[in-house]
Design a protein around this ligand. Sequence first.
Ligand code: CO
Length: 432
Amino acid sequence: MNQENLIQFLSSSPTAWHAVESVRKTLLAQGFKELKESQKWQIEPSGKYFVKRNDSSLIAFEIPAKGFAPFMAAAAHTDSPAFRIKPHPEMKGSGCVRINTEGYGGMLCAPWFDRPLSCAGRIMVKTAEGFESRLFKSEQDLFIIPSLAIHMNRGANENATYNKQKDLMPLFAMESKEGISLKEVIAKEAGVEADDILDSDLLLYVREEPRVWGVNQEFISGGHLDDLYCAWGLMNGFVASKPSGAIKVLALFDNEEVGSLTKQGAYSTFFHDTLKRISLSFGKDEEDFLMALAESFLVSADNAHAIHPNYPEKADPSNQPKMNGGIVIKYNGNQKYTSDAFSASLMRRICEKAEVPVQEFVNRADMAGGSTLGNLSNVQVSLNAVDIGLAQLAMHSCYETAGLKDGEYLVKAMKCYYESAIRRNDNRCELI
Ligand code: CO
């Protein structure tokens, strides 16, 4: 397992835009060609391509030697809960300047306190003709969200509640006569004039690097493990896989944490449009496309809750996935996950072939649990699909924990998956 590669990937991907750029670099190095949604696609048999939308979602695909075929797809998400910086963020008071933010997604608030933070995302910079989008990641320790001392909040350890507009405003600077502007700090670091920054999408990120730890080096902790750990595993299985009889598809979507309803989210037309254009570029008609979908498959990969040793009662009584225990298949009675007996069986056969252990996740019947992108993307393109994940702790903390061995399992399983194709014959399903 390439541990340095994983840490490098996580560390260089503090936002969805950065995650897409990290994947783009890997794909280019592997001989993939970038397509634009605004241009005609010339797709060749054995060709390897990718396309981005909003620079924060990406779909890559590899065509088999025989040309058009059903799709073997896998998807993960590029975004994570964080705090988004508002316009005019500087707030003066009590001799200090704080930065005004709002929540993006459902984060655990407590872990954000008392650690060095910075900001990253994209900035729009004026050009002679208009403007351009640039990735931005500050390498400075710019902010901390300080806790209130225990002496002033004796109940802090009993019943903590957090108001995002009051308790979680990051400290940025001391007030000064000259004043201070975050935009100027960003402009200086980006090497542009502050007046040339028209707008920005900036989120806070924790400065602490991801790390492998534990006496036996079994754990990995860091920001964004949900869902960049899966994105990394899918990508590595995808690029390592040998050509198969199917069109291999790697889909990475932004905005899963806020419901996927954006133009680049899993609920958008992006996935459908991309598959459809592959079909069109091979001169296929609507029926050919629908026939291909009937023998296609989607693995929706998003992390699962490992049983927590401090709270074992929160896990289902008979399905308790463990870190380093292998691929987790996720089930939900109300169909928030796509897994069913058919799709889970396919995944089980793949994992068996790849010699990767499988475990199961189901919520307790008295807990609602989360949802993921699989069943949303299935509204746009309906495929047989399974929801899987890697078992992790502290989901939606800004510093999450997972098993190091599981990343290796995911790469192995996905390599095997991408080297397979499906043949359906009435009630039979063959992996070829
Ligand atoms: Co997730």
